[in-house]
Design a binder for this molecule. Structure first.
Ligand SMILES: [Zn+2]
Length: 506
């Protein structure tokens, strides 16, 4: 029998506010334990919560960008459960009247894993352009439903490591505003889940409601996974996976869970509804507890915060301030700059990267060259050095300058890469490095001709083969000339002169 997975994701995003959701405590990250606390976020009797207006506005902003129906009237509820990192023994959340109702995200889903191919492209220095066009995966637009996106407060954090007797608790995170974005069970593969998260993160960063930094815990994700026979309409029993600290982990854990559940069904056994933890080192999910239902939490309206009406005027005003979103920007890039859809998508995944690309074009780089350069060179350096675009030291103007040097024929693409690395290390601009190192491309035909003659003399077999019609044989000769000129000969001229010489002799 064939089985298909049904996947839904719950994403918790920390909203970018200076103070907590219901009190004036700071949200600053990385400070001394329990420094950012007060009677409200510690749940002392008699303390009263007050809704953070900025958090509410950011939540609405996110809802609008996710095409959600923003509520006219909303209310907060208590979600009751005991846990040592939750001093009130309840969390203030939203149950039946969330700030954002149904919405959707349009996601470019890849039919193949593009990241593997990007690496392959980097390794092959030759014919990069052709490769990226050949290997560019087909993507299709898929609409993923959003069930709701509601406001809630975060819990504290327990620390177990390095403590022999007992655990420590840090309430700095307790009360931090979160937006929980719940997707419909519309995802059908680990890759789709990955693409949905990527699209969601890009949108949230574009609209500046969260920094979405998974390392700081400002974006967290749980996955609901079930499996059913392809012909069956009813969903299978779902399992919730927690402890997913990166998009890659989400992808791997879902893949593992699909295989585990399919195995159970194939053995004619039943999947148990439960919460499982992803153990990244072992690459498995393990049972944590039986899955709780909403009624287990005994939700009830928060008596200290009365339900309230949202003015449509406020919502409309927030809507007016929404910027161009990633998908719109990618479409504009294709239209304005004539780059491929795939390239536009890669560039627009991160706002700062898209801005960098536009700045390069403004500084006079050809759009296609800038797009290729950013995707091959810049992304490689960022990856290697674990840097973000914001912290990339080479300015768009300097990058554009390097690209222009290649286009003018002053340096070869290969030399340009070396120069660029040096620019990254030393902070000097391309022209200075080229001058200092005497790297200017040789376009002196006399000089190249001499090297070409030498190449033909040294490789008579290759020359003969080329004359006999074997195009490939030219490679050995070009290689010889490049070596002879320390990689500085203009490859276009080398080719022309070679073909010319071999042609006239035959
Ligand atoms: Zn507080």
């Amino acid at each position: 029998m064939n089985y298909e997975p049904v996947i839904g994701l719950e994403v918790h995003v920390q909203l970018k506010t200076k103070s907590k959701m219901f009190c004036a405590c700071s949200t600053e990250f990385g400070v001394e334990g329990n420094k950012n606390t007060c009677p409200v976020c510690l749940g002392w009797p008699g303390s009263l919560p007050v809704v953070n207006e900025t958090a509410l506005k950011l939540a609405i902003r996110a809802g609008l960008a996710l095409n959600c129906k923003v509520a006219e009237r909303l209310k907060f509820d208590r979600k009751n459960y005991f846990y040592p990192d939750l001093p009130k023994a309840y969390q203030i959340s939203q149950y039946d009247m969330p700030v954002n109702g149904k919405g959707f995200v349009d996601v470019e889903t890849q039919t193949t894993d593009h990241r593997l191919q990007t690496t392959a492209k980097n390794e092959k220095e030759q014919s990069e352009k052709q490769n990226s066009e050949l290997l560019a995966p087909r993507s299709t637009l898929k609409r993923i439903g959003i069930t709701r996106a509601h406001l809630e407060e975060d819990a504290g954090k327990l620390l177990h490591e390095g403590i022999a007797d007992g655990s420590l608790v840090d309430y700095n995170r307790g009360g931090i505003p979160l937006l929980e974005i719940v997707s419909e069970p519309d995802l059908r593969s680990p890759q789709e889940a990955y693409d949905y998260l990527t699209a969601l993160k890009a949108i949230l960063q574009y609209i500046e409601v969260s920094d979405c930094d998974m390392e700081k815990g400002s974006l967290r994700c749980d996955a609901n996974v079930s499996v059913r026979p392809v012909s069956q309409e009813k969903f299978g029993t779902k399992v919730e996976i927690k402890n997913l600290n990166s998009f890659k982990m989400v992808q791997k854990a879902i893949q593992y869970e699909i295989e585990r559940q399919t195995g159970i069904l194939e053995d004619k056994e039943a999947v148990i509804q439960e919460t499982r933890l992803w153990e990244d080192k072992k690459g498995v999910t393990v049972s944590m507890r039986s899955k709780e239902e909403a009624h287990d939490y005994r939700y009830f309206p928060e008596p200290d915060l009365v339900p309230f009406t949202l003015s449509r005027k406020t919502v409309e005003e927030i809507k007016k301030t929404l910027p161009e979103l990633p998908l719109e920007r990618a479409k504009r890039f294709v239209k304005t700059f004539g780059i491929s859809e795939y390239d536009a998508q890669v560039l627009c995944q991160e706002k700062k990267l898209a801005e960098y690309f536009e700045a390069c074009v403004k500084e006079g780089a050809a759009a296609k060259s800038a797009s290729n350069w950013i995707q091959s060179e810049i992304l490689a350096i960022l990856n290697e050095k674990n840097l973000s675009v914001e912290n990339f030291p080479i300015t768009a103007a300097s990058t554009a300058g390097t690209i222009r040097l290649i286009e003018k024929g002053a340096i070869s693409g290969k030399i340009a890469k070396e120069v660029y690395r040096e620019m990254f290390e030393t902070g000097k601009d391309a022209e200075t490095i080229v001058k200092e190192k005497g790297l200017t491309q040789v376009s002196d035909t006399g000089l190249i001709e001499k090297a070409v003659e030498k190449a033909i003399a040294a490789n008579p077999a290759a020359a003969q083969e080329f004359k006999a019609g074997k195009q490939k044989a030219l490679g050995a000769l070009v290689g010889f000339v490049m070596k002879e000129t320390a990689g500085k000969a203009n490859p276009k001229l080398v080719n022309e002169i070679l073909i010319n010489k071999l042609g006239t002799r035959s």
